[in-house]
Design a protein around this ligand. Structure first.
Ligand code: 4GO
Length: 243
C-alpha cells in the first residue's frame, strides 16, 4: 500500500514513525511519502493562502499551489485522491476495508478555512470525514485513515489479529485478561483457564454480543443476526428485566 500525503505540516506525520506503522514502513509493507504543499508556492514569501472572495474570516489555500503539489506526486491512473473534510462520508470499518483494496491513496490535508473549491473539484475522487466534529486541519484524520487501513495490509499485523477484533463481525470486542490470575481480588473468568477451546469461543462470542447489546445496540440493528445470536440476545433482554 502506498500513501502520499499533501500537507502544510509534514512534521505532524512523525507520529507514524512509532510502533506498528513505523515498523510496517521500515519493512516496506507500506510506503508513506509526505509532500509539503508550501514547497510549491511561487511566491518569494512562500505564501500558500489568501483571503476568501466574498469576505469572511480566515484564509483559503490557493488552488494553483495545491494543484502543483498534487501534480508532483508520481502516480498511476489508479491512484485515489481523498480529501479529509467534515463534509465527507464518515469513516467506518467497512470503508476502511474498502480503501485497503486500493494500491495508492493520495491524502489531501486542508488547513485554515479550507481549500479553494475549484482544485477540490478537479483532483479529489472522494471526501472522507473521521466523525462529526471540526478540526484545525486534515492531518489527524489522514493519520487515522492510514493507521486503520494499514492494519489490513498483509504482514502489518500478526496473522489472524485483523479478523478477530471489534467491528470485524460488526460486533464489539470481548474482554481480554492476562496474568496475574487474581488482581485486586478479581479472578480471571474460569472458562479462560480451562483450555477448552470450544467453550472459550462460545464465551467470547456471547461477551461480544453482550458488549454490543449493552454499549452500542444500534450496531445490532445494522447487522444480520443468526438464529443462535437472536436467542442469546433474547436471554440478555430477559435477564435485564429480572435484575
Ligand atoms: C477533517 C478536516 C474535520 C475533519 C477538518 C473530519 N476537520 N471530521 N478540518 O474528518 C479543511 C480545513 C478541513 C480544516 C480541515
Amino acid at each position: 500500500m502506498k500513501f502520499d500525503v499533501l500537507t502544510l505540516f509534514p512534521d505532524m506525520f512523525n507520529v507514524l514513525k512509532e510502533s506498528i506503522i513505523g515498523r510496517a514502513t521500515r519493512n516496506k509493507q507500506i510506503e508513506i511519502r509526505i509532500t509539503n504543499i508550501r514547497d510549491f508556492s511561487k511566491d518569494k514569501h512562500k505564501k500558500v493562502d489568501d483571503t476568501p472572495y466574498g469576505g469572511g474570516a480566515g484564509m483559503v489555500l490557493k488552488p494553483d499551489v495545491v494543484y502543483d503539489a498534487y501534480v508532483s506526486i508520481p502516480k498511476e491512473k489508479s491512484a485515489k485522491v481523498i480529501y479529509l473534510s467534515p463534509q465527507g462520508k464518515t469513516l467506518n470499518q467497512a470503508k476502511v476495508e474498502e480503501l485497503a483494496k486500493e494500491e495508492h491513496l493520495i491524502l489531501l490535508c486542508g488547513h485554515y478555512e479550507g481549500i479553494d473549491q475549484r482544485v477540490i473539484d478537479t483532483i479529489v475522487d472522494e471526501e472522507i470525514s473521521i466523525g462529526d466534529y471540526v478540526l484545525t486541519g486534515g492531518e489527524l484524520p489522514a493519520m487515522v485513515l492510514m493507521d486503520s487501513v494499514s492494519r489490513y495490509v498483509e504482514g502489518v499485523l500478526a496473522k489472524e489479529s485483523v479478523g478477530e477484533e471489534s467491528f470485524s463481525e460488526g460486533l464489539l470486542e470481548y474482554p481480554q485478561y492476562t496474568r496475574p490470575e487474581v488482581f485486586m481480588g478479581k479472578k480471571v473468568p474460569e472458562v479462560l483457564l480451562s483450555g477448552h477451546h470450544a467453550n472459550i469461543r462460545k464465551w467470547r462470542k456471547e461477551k461480544s454480543l453482550f458488549n454490543t447489546y449493552q454499549k452500542r445496540p444500534e450496531l445490532l440493528q445494522n447487522r444480520k443476526l443468526s438464529e443462535e445470536e437472536k436467542l442469546v440476545i433474547q436471554r440478555f433482554k430477559k435477564e435485564s428485566k429480572e435484575n
